[in-house]
Structures are given as C-alpha cells and as structure tokens.
Design a protein around this ligand. Structure first.
Ligand SMILES: [Fe+2]
Ligand SMILES: [Fe+2]
Length: 273
C-alpha cells in the first residue's frame, strides 16, 4: 500500500495547488491513501469548514492539524462531528476534536493517523510520548497501518518520537517547520521517518509568509500583516510504501512537486493497472 503524507497546506496558494496536483499524483504515483496537515490552510493560520471540504474533495483521506488548530473558531463543530480530522493528541482532553482518525484505504485496509505537538519552543502541552502510547493502545485491533504526524519545532523532538514509536507505527513524519529535511529512512522495525516533509504552499517566502513583511518587522520590530506569499508554489510530502498486512514500512521517498514537475508528470502515461 502506498501512502502520501502532505505537509502543512499554507493559505489559498497551497489549497489551490493541492486541488490541482493531488488527482494527478494519486493517478501517477498509484496512491492508495492520502493524509495531509492542514493547520495553515486558512490564510496561513487555522482551517475553516469550507477549506476542509475542499481539501477532502481533492483526495485527502485524513487531515491532521497543529498549534494553529483553533485559530478559526468556525472549525470547532467540524472537529467535534467529523471523523476524518483530528486534534493534537497531547492537547487537553476537553479541547475539541478527536485524538486519532481511521479510514479505509482503496483495498479496504484501515489506516490511522494522529498528530502530537513537540514541547521545545512551543506552547505547553501534555507529554507527546505518553499521548502517542495512549493513542496506540486505543488503536489496537483497529488499524496496523498507522501514521504519526510529529508537529514539532526541534529535530531532536522528532527523532525522539521516531525512536519511541519505531516498530509500533508505519511512519513518524514531521511537520510545523515547513522546510523539508533530507533524512528520510526506514527505522528498525519498519517505521518510515522524515524530520519534516515540507509545506504545501509558496516557497518564495518565509515559511509561507511574504518576505517583504516578515523581514522588515524582524529587523525593526514594527509590526506588519504577515500575509501569505504567492510565488513558487510547491507540494511537499513523503510517499511511504507499507505492507498492508503488518503495517511495516518498506520504503520512504521525499517528494516536492512544483507546477513544472506536475505538468511533466501529467504529460506521462499513467502506470497500467
Ligand atoms: Fe505548526
Ligand atoms: Fe504549519
């Protein structure tokens, strides 16, 4: 089974490119399942019900989020009612949303996803390692193919989670820092790992925001609106090949598609079968 995990979708450019790219990728990469982190979909922070619907319609099976989860309060009823989107599992029990989500892949194999927040240079949250243990206990008998989204600032936190979960989940994939790292590998026990899969949004930017706003504000301390940038839109993610029966990952590949790469892919004949 082939799973695509897509990194933080940022603003209208990210959502628009996702809608354009994903049907092509599903066909040409023979994807069986798609998971995406959508914490920055609504103008860079948060998610709205309308954008959530668009992301799901584009072909995303499960949606994870992060520290920006509640920035658009109108998403809260969706978080309470919808069974394809989850909150960080180490948020307070009373925080709206599910701690994990499960959905069938093309062949019917259940695939689960959950996210946790790291604790270094981030808001105070409960222990991500214990939260992951709790989620895995809940998932016993429900799914063997499990993807953990480690939404964290520090690479050490991400590696710690990889080693904590190796041999227990199909993949530990990093989000939040928006810059793709080059350390993809399959850990002992069949757990695919990558520190950050990269964002899906405008790369001519500071992590998705306009350079001409973030840079002067950083230098002078004079505030400005950190609007979402528009240039060089790409989709960042990782494709993981997983044994559907055991949940063990066999391979991981980093992907970064821009308009040109997508056009080249779309012009090729899709794989037979
Ligand atoms: Fe984040
Ligand atoms: Fe993000």
């Amino acid at each position: 089974m082939r799973i695509l995990f897509i990194g933080d979708i940022v603003g209208p450019p990210g959502v628009t490119f996702l809608r354009e790219a994903l049907p092509v990728l599903i066909r040409h990469e023979r994807l069986d399942f798609v998971i995406a982190n959508a914490e920055n979909a609504a103008n860079g922070t948060g998610l709205t019900p309308n954008l959530y619907k668009k992301i799901r319609e584009a072909g995303v099976d499960l949606v994870t989020l992060g520290d920006h989860i509640y920035k658009k309060a109108e998403i809260i009823p969706t978080l309470n009612a919808d069974d394809r989107v989850c909150k960080p599992a180490n948020f307070p029990p009373d925080a709206p949303g599910r701690e994990y989500v499960v959905a069938p892949a093309k062949d019917g194999t259940p695939v689960a996803a959950f996210c946790v927040l790291g604790r270094t240079f981030m808001r105070s949250v409960d222990c991500p390692f214990r939260a992951a243990d709790r989620v895995l206990k809940e998932l016993e008998g429900k799914a063997r193919c499990i993807v953990a989204d480690m939404h964290a600032e520090a690479t050490a936190d991400k590696y710690l989670m990889g080693h904590h979960l190796k041999g227990r989940v199909s993949a530990v994939l990093g989000t939040h820092t928006h810059v793709q790292t080059a350390d993809e590998h399959v850990m002992e026990g069949g757990t695919a790992f990558l520190c950050d899969v990269g964002m899906t949004g405008p790369y001519e930017s500071i992590l998705g925001r306009r350079i001409d706003r973030v840079l002067p504000t950083t230098i002078t301390f004079v505030p400005s609106a950190f609007d979402v940038a528009t240039g060089d839109v790409r989709l960042g993610g990782a494709i993981v090949d997983v044994d559907a029966a055991t949940g063990r990952a066999a391979a991981i590949r980093r992907v970064m598609f821009d308009e040109k790469g997508l056009a080249a892919l779309a012009s090729e004949e899709p794989f037979a079968g």
